[in-house]
Design a protein around this ligand. Structure first.
Ligand code: FAD
Ligand code: SIN
Length: 520
């Protein structure tokens, strides 16, 4: 049984930046960063637009960034958290730069600041249109320089270890986390990781839907684990749909994103007839906040009955497009699309979870010695709808907050002697993998058709019924089957979908990214 000081589940921006801070501050402590996939595979790796932070103190200000974040969140942000995150932004950005991460600059040496929906000023720092790739690879490179940090791939966290597993009484302080049971995908064994503190940095949930910008890893594992451990989880109904995923192209479980920064540079959304329509929905037009643009596109799609609308980039010169968006340019070219002459077919896709595991200002969950950070956490920053490019910022700031809290509390963390090994079951390999793959696809269909951009009470009730059947079937299979990551993920997807539907049903007012036409 590995005994370590700090266990980090997830190797995206949240997990890696926390690991670096703890690793640098405590060279004598043992730290493990575990990921179920290859080392860089994460939502972080695919981030395009960049990081929203106030660096231009003449045109921009903290007050403006705070006001834009609060407006996007539609009254449900925690104002104190918004202020803290925005004001911490420049300091955390400087740390990233000191770790070797590059951001584009003009010939005069100033940051080349992008504009995205809901922002009143240009304030998005980016590296071309591959900001996330630049961050991910540089953080991994830096992590590898630390002898006290182990980065372990193909290690799938299955469950958090709490009193429940130790058969200890629950104290007044509630649940305590002692580490996690982890499936080593190479040896096919469950390993018990005992840790003083654990950080959940397992990312998003996009794979709950059929059409998503998120890679295959985004199956809500951290949220489902926290739910099973009885952590508080909220705002799950606020799923953000990105307005512009490339239509008809689906590869490795995800749709390619056409960054909002493309609209920031002048591209215009058009309907089937070739008419620009966004001004009919919001005075800010194509740069209204994401919830408004996605709903408008959904409405136009329903009016026209077509599968996709268009993004007209012909207003941007080919040279400018290639300079700012080389990755998007290359992807379009690969499918035979010349963006300087042809419009890009687009459709909205599930993109980001605004809610998640509740944390306080220090990143602490409702479970002792358990932090959550990044997309799996509900910090209060996003409210009902995240402002574009605020999530990389949030992950960095909360990794820092969690680090500060760890600094103060790690020595006081509970350290039980006896942790039982995983209860290895007498199991058999299912001969019918179709039982798993079909249920995953069925869940995605139910969620896409009934719990999408526009919801109704009837569709939510139908979704709840279908999910309960999928739950029963999957639990029965789980009880008798051999360990399998696809089955672990299916269970987690079902729990995540359950939380999205139940919390949707509990919402009595439309806000931000949540829209139930029976409430309007
Ligand atoms: P992730 O980066 O998703 O990392 C999660 C990690 O957890 C992965 O390593 C994964 O393998 C691991 N993991 C998951 N489950 C388990 C398990 N059971 N056991 C072990 N490991 C596990 N935000 C912005 O602010 N600006 C942008 O420009 C931007 N663009 C985006 C573009 C795209 C296409 C997408 C998908 C998202 C974008 N976002 C953007 C959102 C942002 O990228 C994410 O919210 C953020 O990167 C999440 O970081 P994270 O560290 O929380 O999770
Ligand atoms: C984008 O580049 O459009 C994505 C930005 C984000 O999700 O914050």
């Amino acid at each position: 049984m590995p005994k370590i000081d700090v266990l980090i589940l997830g190797s995206g921006i949240a997990g890696l930046s926390y690991a670096l801070k703890v690793g640098e501050r405590f060279p004598d402590k043992t730290i493990a960063v575990l990921t179920k996939a290859a080392e860089g595979e994460s939502n972080t790796k695919y981030a395009q637009g960049g990081i929203a932070t106030v660096t231009d103190t003449i045109a921009d200000s903290y007050e403006k960034h705070i006001a834009d974040t609060l407006a996007a969140g539609d009254g449900l942000c925690n104002p104190a958290i918004v202020q803290m995150v925005v004001e911490e932004g420049p300091k955390r950005l400087n740390e990233l730069i000191n770790w070797g991460i590059n951001f584009d600059k003009s010939d005069l040496g100033e940051f080349d600041l992008g504009l995205e929906g809901g922002h009143s000023e240009h304030r998005i720092l980016h590296f071309k249109d591959i900001t996330g790739y630049e961050i991910e690879r540089k953080l991994i490179r830096k992590i590898k320089q630390h002898k006290n940090i182990a980065l372990l791939t193909e290690h799938f966290a299955v469950d958090l270890i709490t009193q429940h597993h130790l058969k200890l009484p629950f104290t007044k302080q509630g649940v305590t986390c002692f580490g996690a049971y982890v499936y080593n995908q190479q040896t096919k064994e469950i390993v018990t990781y005992k840790a003083k503190v654990t950080l959940l940095a397992t990312g998003g949930v996009g794979q709950v839907y059929r059409n998503t910008t998120n890679p295959l890893i985004a199956t809500g594992d951290g949220i489902a684990m926290a739910y099973r451990a009885k952590a508080q989880i909220s705002n799950m109904e606020f799923i953000q749909f990105h307005p512009t995923a490339l239509a008809y192209q689906f590869s490795h479980g995800r749709s390619f994103l056409i960054s909002e920064a493309v609209r920031g540079l002048g591209a215009v959304l058009k309907n089937e007839k070739g008419d620009a329509f966004m001004k009919n929905y919001d005075p800010r037009g194509d740069l209204a906040s994401r919830d408004i643009v996605s709903r408008a596109i959904d409405n136009e799609l329903k009016i026209s009955g077509s599968d996709a609308l268009y993004l007209d980039c012909t207003t941007i010169s080919k040279k400018d497009f290639q300079y700012h968006f080389p990755n998007i340019y290359a992807q379009c070219k690969e499918i035979g699309l010349d963006v300087s002459k042809q419009m890009i077919p687009i459709t909205p896709a599930a993109h980001y979870l605004c809610g998640g595991i509740d944390v306080d200002i220090h990143g602490c969950t409702s479970i002792k010695n358990l932090y959550a950070c990044g997309e799996c956490a509900n910090t209060g920053l996003h409210g009902a709808n995240r402002l574009a490019s605020n999530s990389l910022l949030e992950a960095l700031v909360f990794a820092h907050q969690s680090f500060l809290h760890t600094l103060e509390h790690i020595t006081q963390a509970d350290d039980p002697d006896e942790i039982p090994e995983w209860n290895s079951k007498d199991t058999f390999e299912t001969r019918e993998r179709i039982l798993i793959t079909h249920n995953r696809k069925e869940l995605q269909s139910v969620m896409s058709d009934y719990v999408g951009i526009i919801r109704t009470n009837e569709r939510l009730n139908r979704a709840a019924k279908r999910i309960s059947v999928l739950y029963e079937e999957t639990e029965t299979l789980y009880r008798k089957s051999k360990l399998s990551t696809s089955l672990f993920e299916l269970r987690n997807l079902i729990s995540t979908a359950y939380l999205i539907v139940e919390q949707s049903k509990n919402r009595s007012q439309n806000k931000g990214g949540y829209y139930n036409s029976d409430l309007s």
